[in-house]
Design a protein around this ligand. Structure first.
Ligand code: C2E
Ligand code: MG
Ligand code: MG
Ligand code: MG
Length: 291
């Protein structure tokens, strides 16, 4: 509870909890306004097919233009989720991403992150369908990314929604795999197209043998289930070499490109096409030098 200090304009708090609650309320208020005023924009990070070097698609990542500051999603998505504001925000993200992607080459897809809270909304799948119709984006070019936290939402509802999305042709990716309560049963019980192996593995696989082993196992397991893999957070050539040996798949990370504004998407696509034409190894630096 806040206490006025006599004779000053400072306010003391007798618990950090109260302080945090207040911070969250303030952020919630700002977020609400930000949604009304559309203070958000999307950046896009390429997802690259390792063997061919082709850009398969881009992941849409939301940013909040808060005055002069650009706020990263980790700072406000949790608040948006707790307050339910993720529903209107997520709806905007999806529509914006589909609108953008409908202007890209037809073999380039778009991935959109969807929070568990959005799945709880009974109209979610219908909203996705409407958005695809309105933007003219082929459902097959859309991937919806969700995390394992989704499985703590009502399992039957989730399974139902995922199946309906898939029936539309939308692809499904399990994001940040290996960080939550990962379970093999998730692979058995839910329709999935892609596993995104979390960046924490990419960070540790070169120094920790057991982590490296785990990455190999996850890749093999995915193959057995006919699920593709995307390795997140690839920053170095040596990580790339490791992934190549472990079974390739798709890769995403700063080594290829940081998330870029939408107007740079065509040049990212063109760059990789040029590289492919010249038969150059991926990415920029030649991997032949590494061996
Ligand atoms: P995510 O879905 O796992 O997205 C990947 C994050 O890793 C992005 O952070 C990206 O910039 C970062 N990243 C990519 N490559 C590298 C790399 O090589 N090294 C390092 N250090 N980082 C890399 P970002 O944009 O800050 O997003 C953070 C998280 O916020 C996302 O993690 C996602 O969970 C969430 N998020 C972003 N946009 C949305 C959205 O529209 N809706 C929802 N619900 N969540 C979102
Ligand atoms: Mg993601
Ligand atoms: Mg991820
Ligand atoms: Mg991640």
């Amino acid at each position: 509870r806040a206490k006025e200090v006599p004779g000053s304009h400072f306010v003391l708090y007798d618990s950090t909890l109260a302080y945090e609650a207040e911070q969250r309320m303030m952020m919630e208020k700002d977020l609400r306004l930000a949604i009304e005023e559309q203070q958000f924009f999307l950046e896009y990070q390429p997802i690259v097919h390792l063997e061919t070097g082709r850009v398969k698609g881009f992941e849409a990542l939301v940013r909040w233009q808060r005055g002069d500051l650009v706020v990263r999603p980790d700072m406000f998505i949790p608040v948006a989720e707790k307050s339910g504001l993720i529903v209107p925000l997520g709806k905007w993200v999806l529509a914006e991403a589909c609108r953008h992607a409908s202007l890209w080459p037809a073999d380039v897809g778009v991935s959109v992150n969807v929070a568990g809270e959005q799945f709880k909304d009974v109209g979610f799948v219908a909203m996705v369908e409407r958005t695809l119709a309105e933007t003219g984006l082929n459902a097959r070019r859309l991937t919806i990314e969700f995390t394992e936290s989704l499985f703590s939402v009502d399992v039957d509802v989730v399974r139902g929604s995922l199946s309906r999305l898939r029936a539309l042709g939308v692809k499904l990716a399990l994001d940040d795999f290996g960080t939550g309560f990962s379970s093999i049963s998730h692979l058995r019980c839910f329709p999935l197209d892609t596993l995104k192996i979390d960046r924490s593995f990419t960070e540790s696989m070169l120094t920790d043998e057991r982590e490296a082993e785990l990455v190999g196992v996850i890749m093999k397991l995915s193959q057995a289930f006919d699920i593709s893999t995307t390795v997140e957070g690839v920053e170095t050539e040596s990580q790339l070499e490791f992934i190549r040996k472990a079974g390739a798949g798709d890769v995403q990370g700063f080594l290829f490109s940081r998330p870029v504004p939408v107007d740079q998407v065509p040049s990212v696509i063109a760059e990789t096409r040029n590289r492919q034409r010249k038969n150059e190894a991926l990415p920029v630096a030649a991997s032949a030098a590494i061996v």
